[in-house]
Design a protein around this ligand. Structure first.
Ligand code: IMP
Ligand code: MG
Length: 180
């Protein structure tokens, strides 16, 4: 598609239909473990569309988790990571003794998920797993792998399906890359 206001062109990488189909499989993977006392924690903002669809797929797969949100920042306005992760809004719920699955949009340098995982573990969660929409084939700054991922993604900057560049394009129903 072409954004007519800016003439920016976005090439689809993962079409909406493929995402929905894959989420059924992902939900089945999670459901197969029959998680008890499950708390799903979407990391905002980027994961909100993915998390909403995954939660509905989990419901269809017979999983009834509690849900709470953690807002972290790692990227500022630019496309380059600042390297620092900060808590912008914390969880309301206590995670002690719970099975937690962190949901994020992209695993890139790994700093965001590693930070969140350490934080939730330090608060006494029984287990902390990670689930990402995109496992980006990028060099990791820290040693972390996602327990679940929907897609492996090339090392390009992507937008859509919740992901933004400077707060734009989150509403796109597909994942695309910006063509410079
Ligand atoms: P990491 O901490 O470097 O792994 O980056 C993870 C965070 O950076 C994700 O939660 C995203 O919000 C953001 N991010 C990384 N790559 C992209 C991208 O290609 N498009 C949009 N956001 C991205
Ligand atoms: Mg994010």
């Amino acid at each position: 598609m072409t954004d007519t206001t800016t003439a920016i062109r976005i090439e689809t990488i993962f079409p909406a239909k493929d995402i929905q189909q894959r989420l059924e499989g992902l939900a089945a993977e999670i459901a197969a473990k029959q998680p008890k006392n499950l708390l799903i924690v979407p990391i905002l903002k980027g994961s909100f569309v993915f998390a909403a669809d995954l939660l509905r797929a989990l419901n269809a797969a017979g999983v009834s988790p509690e849900v709470d949100f953690l807002t972290l920042s790692s990227y500022k306005k630019s496309r380059a990571s600042s390297g620092q992760v900060a808590i912008l809004r914390d969880l309301d719920l206590d995670v002690e003794g719970r099975h937690v699955i962190l949901i994020d949009d992209v695993l890139d340098s790994g700093r965001t998920l590693a930070f969140a995982k350490d934080l939730i573990s330090a608060r006494g969660a029984e287990t902390v797993e990670t689930c990402v929409l995109l496992d980006k084939q990028a060099p990791r700054a820290v040693n972390i792998t996602a327990d679940y991922h929907a897609f492996v993604c090339p090392n390009v900057f992507v937008v859509g399906y919740g992901m933004d560049v400077a707060h734009r394009y989150r509403e796109l129903p597909f994942v695309g890359r910006i063509l410079d």
